[in-house]
Design a protein around this ligand. Structure first.
Ligand code: NAD
Length: 377
């Protein structure tokens, strides 16, 4: 089985889909791994390090003979057409609203898998790219904020006076939000957080931060229901919005991480809330690529918004590229290993496996995933 790892061509993509560790693992399974020259350069992995791990360094025109292509981003139509029909391609496919791109992969005859559709079950934890990348993004969001902030994060009591601790508010307490809370706490900030899932209250408090929510009878009932939150009443939502608005006016830094899979990001911070902040305040919108949680945020830019600035960096996990590649490569190789026959070392895909069913986008010239297949007219 020949595995090809190309250099990513998408603008600003600094990650790579293999690491020396995963090359070793795959080579041990009998795979012949070819890595395009300089594929790891932006993640500080040299060609020599890949070679030492057992890979061959190749050129992009070797890709046509590969059985498997490991990528970070979905291949362009041109790239897809350059792979042989039947090639397995595994990547972050960003499939929502991308009918044309998915059709291009189907037309090229690719067997394409979307890593972000991996079910969040125990067996697949090691393959969970959403978590591995969100964790780093949450960390980096705080580091980016600290870098742009004109004040210190920790309280400093000095002979010349006291510098107050920065106040950081994290909105959305999933994987990214939890890491943002932990990172801001490590830097000495006073941290608060909110989420629509009452179950997150305990997680926030266990990290030494304060949970911000209207804790009335309705909230308490939702809290004990556990798991995912039930839809709260309109009256509750209005009270919660009022509380959050008053809270934001007193914050130095707001980090928003709220996403809803397959849908535009919820709008959490209005222009008026941004305008209510103190001079020098910052907002980091980690949902900017999904439409943004903060009104006025722009993908790839730092926007001046009255007293505050809104940081809208894209591909934030890629801003910690070496770590992001390490974890992403491991997510990929763990998934690929489930498709390798133990005895022969050949590719053997079980199309009834729940991981395969959940992530398979295209096969035999068709978009086959039930959520993305063209609807019969
Ligand atoms: P996500 O990236 O989809 O969203 C981030 C957070 O934003 C979520 O906590 C969500 O509740 C919150 N949010 C959505 N709308 C909001 C709003 N209007 N206001 C405030 N917050 C809002 O989430 P995620 O990081 O993928 O995690 C989602 C859940 O999945 C969590 O419970 C997490 O612990 C769980 N998870 C499970 C596994 C596993 O079992 N293997 C792995 C990772 C995450």
């Amino acid at each position: 089985m020949k595995i090809y790892v190309p250099r990513e061509t998408a603008e600003g993509e600094s990650r790579v889909a293999a690491s020396p560790d995963t090359v070793k693992k795959l080579a041990a399974k009998g795979a012949d791994v070819v890595v395009e020259s300089a594929a790891g350069a932006r993640s500080r992995i040299t060609d020599a390090a890949f070679e030492e791990a057992g890979a061959t360094i190749g050129a992009i025109n070797d890709v046509g003979s590969a059985d498997v292509v490991l990528k970070v981003r979905r291949p362009t139509a041109e790239e897809a057409a350059s792979y042989g029909a039947g090639t397995v391609v595994i990547a972050i496919m960003d499939p929502y609203g991308q009918d044309e791109a998915l059709a291009a992969m189907a037309d090229a005859g690719l067997t394409a898998f979307a890593m972000e559709l991996m079910p969040r079950i125990t067996r697949a934890q090691v393959m969970d790219v959403l978590s591995s990348q969100a964790n780093l993004a949450g960390y980096r969001a705080v580091i980016d904020a600290a870098h742009e902030f004109d004040r210190a994060f920790p309280m400093m009591m000095t002979a010349a006076g006291t510098v107050p601790a920065a106040r950081v508010f994290v909105m959305g307490v999933g994987v990214a939000g939890l890491q943002a809370i932990a990172t801001a706490r490590r830097l000495g900030a006073v941290v608060t957080a909110t989420d629509v899932r009452p179950a997150t209250k305990e997680q926030v408090e266990s990290l030494g931060a304060k949970f911000i929510a209207v804790e009335d009878e309705e909230f308490k009932a939702a809290e004990t229901a556990g798991g995912y939150a039930k839809e709260m009443s309109k009256a509750y939502q209005a009270k919660q919005a009022e509380l959050v608005a008053a809270h934001i006016a007193k914050q130095d830094i707001v980090i928003t991480t709220a996403l809803i899979p397959g849908r535009p990001a919820p709008r959490l911070v209005s222009k008026d809330m941004v305008a209510s902040m103190r001079p020098g305040s910052l907002l980091v919108d980690l949902a900017v690529e999904r439409g943004g949680n903060v009104e006025g945020s722009k993908a790839g830019e730092i926007v001046e918004a009255g007293p505050a600035r809104i940081i809208g960096y894209t591909n934030v996990s890629g801003r910690v590229s070496a770590s992001a590649s390490l974890l992403y490569a491991r997510n990929l190789s763990a998934f690929l290993e489930t498709m390798i026959d133990k005895d022969s070392g050949a590719l053997k895909i079980d199309f009834d496996d729940e991981l395969v069913k959940a992530t398979l986008l295209t096969r035999d010239g068709k978009v086959v995933h039930p959520n993305f297949a063209p609807k019969a007219s």
